[in-house]
Design a binder for this molecule. Sequence first.
Ligand SMILES: [Zn+2]
Length: 381
Amino acid sequence: MKKISIILAAILLSVGASAQELKEGYIENAPQHEAYTPSFKYDGSTRKVRNVILLIGDGTGLAQISAGLYSNGGSLTVTNLRNIGLVKTQAADAYTTDSAASGTAYSTGHKTHNYAVGVDVDDKALDNIPEICQRYGIISGIISTDNLNGATPACFFAHQPNRGMTDEIWADLPASSLTFFAAGSEEQMEGRPQETQDAINKVFTVVSELPEDASGIERLGYLPPKKETQSFKYGRGDFLPATTKYAIDFLSARTNRRKGFFMMVEGARIDKSCHANEYEPAVREMLDFDQAIEQAIRFAEADGHTLVLISADHETGGLSLAADGDPAKGNTHGRFATGGHTPIPVPIFAYGPGAQYFRGIQENSEVAQKILWLLTGSTHQ
Ligand SMILES: [Zn+2]
């Protein structure tokens, strides 16, 4: 009897899932910004790549980019770029990845199991891009609108078998190879054991507000109050684009012309909005992410030795755009097929020297391998 009821429950569950109502949403008069078009002077050239800025839109598939594009009147900085490819996101043990397995692929060049943060399928630590770059005198920074222990940023400094191990992930921070980090939040750090906080404060200058003059600071951690990295619904301002610009200045001021920097910028809340099937917040997050992208492209344009990559760890929500809408007015209409992730390949956009290597279809792990090869001149697999 018990067995039968378990089977019945399983059937009911699966029926419930397939009969799930399609959730939809609208945005009207979206807050549009002017898209930036660079000169393309060194785009796709073989000039030396000294700096790489990798921008990860969590959950950002082609539909999320399209939603931003049409809500912004038909242009975005990211869609002005010319070197474009696709990225397959499967985990080592799963057809549909989570942010940790895909984040590890992007941060180490290796596929791993879902929930893994910077470790392989046997839970052994994998060297991440900041750690490998440090051996070559290249410094690194990370920025996210998620908490610092969120799966994507954590993959660039921590080595833990499960993304839920929040205290252990924070405890990995002092031994990391980061020169700069910015993410949520002041309250998150205060919630950690005192010994972890002390260890972090020993290595980093941790601030809740970005200092105007950072010339005396060697390694900087920016953990603003929670509301400044949360969804726009809760009053976030220009944290992502402003901190991206600040971090570029901070890192480039600490490198000489021969050795550069690596930076990862995550627009984390596109994913979170799509999990909740909230279309309008997802579009607003996409528009904000595009303004962070603009900061990176403007720097690359002026520098000439910087490669900018924009991609995603996976798609979230199975988003599609409905036929009605009016891009000129910033009106679009989205429909979600799921509250989870999908295995659909995600776009990658590239600008600057080396951008040509990201065309075609590639695995997420290959993106990291190419970044390391371009920055260090060696393969790391
Ligand atoms: Zn997600």
